[in-house]
Structures are given as C-alpha cells and as structure tokens.
Design a protein around this ligand. Sequence first.
Ligand code: ADP
Length: 414
Amino acid sequence: MNLTGLSHHPIAESSRALENSDGLVREETSGRLREIVQDLQQHQVELEAQNRALQETQAELELSIRRYSDLYDHLPLGYVTVTPEGRILQANLAAAECLQRERSHLAGTHLWSFLDAYDAGRLAAHLENCARTGRHSTIELALRVKDGSSMMVQASSRLAVPAPEGGNQIHLAITDISKLKEAHRLLEDINREQEAFNYSISHDLRAPLVTISNYAGIVMSDHVATLSAEGLTMVQRIQGAATRMEATLKNLLQYSTLAREEIVLGAVDVDRSVADLLVEHRGIIQERQAVITVDRPLPDVRGSAVILSQALANLLTNALKYTEPDKSPRVHISAERRGTNVILKVADEGIGIDLKFHERIFQIFERLHGYSRYPGSGVGLAIVRRAVDRMNGRIWVESQPGKGSCFHLELPAA
Ligand code: ADP
C-alpha cells in the first residue's frame, strides 16, 4: 500500500511525530506505528480473501447465467415472456422456430399477429385472467404461421416473478400439439366406426339368434316324441348356445350404446338406486340365499341414475356369482367420502381375484373361469368401466384369491 500521498493518514502522522520527537516519544511512536502496520496487514489479508470470494461468486453467477441461457434457449418447448397485453418481451429459440420468425424480430411483436380474431380474443381474456388471479392455466390455440398454415398449440401461462422495472409479466410455455390432435381425431373416427360396427353387429345378429332359439324350443316341445335321445341332446345344445350368444350380444349392445348415447349428469340418489337394485334382484338373491347388507345412508353422487344402476347391477350379480357353489354369498355395499368425491364399495366374500388380473378383468371378453363353472360373457365389468368413465369417475378392485373382492367406484359427490 502506498502511504506517501496520505498526509493525514495515521502512519504519516506517526512518522511526522517520530521525526519531531525526542528519544522516549520516538520509542512510543514507533511502537504505535508497528501496531498500525500490523493492523493494516491484517486488513489487507482479509480484503484479499474477500476479493477472492467475490471473484468466485461472480464466476459461479456467470456460469449459472450461461447454464440458464443454454437451458432457456434449447428447451424443446417454446417459451415466451409477454406483457398482459400480449406484447412479446423475450422468446427462446424453440418459440422462434414454432412461430417461424427470427428470434431477434420477436421482441416487441404482439402475439395477436399469430392468431385469428377468435383466438386472439380468447388469448387476451386468458392473459388478463392470469395477470389478475395469478393462476396457472392452459389454452389451446391455432397458430397462424408464415406459410399460411395453422398449427395447434397448447399454451400454459404462469405469472412471472415481478420484474424490477414493475408491471406484470407472463411466461407462456408453448407446445406443438398438432400431431397429437391429428392422432386424437383419427382415433375418435376409428372409435366411432368401431362403435357403429359393434352396434349394428350386436343389434342385427340378435334377431336370427332369437329365431334359432325359439325354433329349437318348438322342436323340443312339439317334436320330442319323434326325436332320438341323441337328436334331443343336439337340439338342447343348439338352444343353449343360442341363448348364450344372445346374452353376449345383449351385453355388447349395452356396451356400445353406452359409448354412443348422450348422457346428462346430475345428482343421483344412491340410496334409492341401491334399494331399487335389491328389489329388482330379489329373485336371484333368494335363490342364492345371499345376505346383502347396506351401510345407509349412502351419499348422493353426480352421475346418471340409469348408468349407475347398470354398473351396480353388474357388480352385484358378479358378487353373487363368484362365490364357492356350496356357500351363501355375503355382499356389503358401503360408501366413503374422499375430498370432493364419493367412493361406493361393493364387497363380497367370494373366490377373490389374483392381483395380476386386477386390471385385465375390466377389459372386454376377459374371463378368468370356464363357462361351465361360472357362466358369463366377459362384458359385465367392461360395461361398468365404461359407465364410470362416462360419469367422470374411476373404478378399481381390491382382492385376494379366497379372501373376497371389493370393487371401488369413485364418483364426484353431488
Ligand atoms: P362375466 O360375464 O364373465 O362375469 P365380467 O366382465 O363381469 O364378465 O367379469 C370378468 C371376470 O372377472 C369374470 O369372468 C371373473 O373371472 C372376474 N370377476 C368379476 N367379478 C368378480 C368377483 N366379484 N369375484 C371374483 N371374480 C370376479
């Protein structure tokens, strides 16, 4: 450190005092001088350490900025920062690519220039809402790009941390969903065709089957005397197969109707639905000497009474069916509230289901047993799942072989 220019510095003062002093004072002054020099050296060491720490922090900061810019620029997702009025402040490379503009030309441009009037209005309302409520939300838009074509994108908006210069800023993450939309449309077309096909097959095939079954019945009742024992067995088999096929087609028709029909959702009185269900099934309940218990009152749900009854009927008949033949079925129907939803439970003490089949049984035609042991078509649970889907709910089973099954049906509370 250079002290020569510092006329009022303690060291300079001490030196001057030293020059002008006699022996004793000179000694005192030089002692003080040494202390000051030591202090100064100590300060200098501390300053150098602080300086080094500062340089390291600055290097880290620069590295973080480089990393952030690299990440921002090369995100596989368009990212733009806009004012609530839609003026672009900043955009990353993916956004520039998506909007088919040079990035340097984007700042200052309005997002509206990439949209038609309809979408511009929707986006304006979306940004205004984001700025006002601070809520994260998404919107689908058709971007008009340079070559005149349009691209479907999903924009997710989020309010940015307040900028030092003031005023709200909104980050928009833009994802190209045109391929997804196209695939979705294609899938919907295929599904519609498939459903129309299923519907006509199951509908048109039922009539000839009913005829076969009826004629087999007539042959057995009116011509039994002229039939050999073997002939009678064969006609019985024909009728049995026709009846079975008819039941499958009836279920298939129900399954495809569920996908096609318009459904109006509203409050459903589950207590009433279950009471009606038990009356409708009292024949089979008595026949199987089943014990059914219900945890009343069951809470109301939001759904469709008709569809919910179909689903519950299938769960109840399965619960009555999949029990060891020598045992009387015991079924317990209950409900549990979870947040804004209600979980309806249909529990039995029957044969149970291995964990590896818990998902598969909801697929159409999936059966775990032979027809002779437990007759069925493998459509019942597929109908239940579709019914629950249409009511915006979920269905799953908890079960173990030999320990019974509990089907859970989760629906929004009414
Ligand atoms: P199915 O007409 O065969 O009863 P479902 O679609 O209703 O068709 O059920 C599919 C399969 O799931 C059944 O074949 C059976 O193996 C199994 N399953 C359904 N419900 C139960 C239950 N309560 N207990 C045990 N297994 C069941």
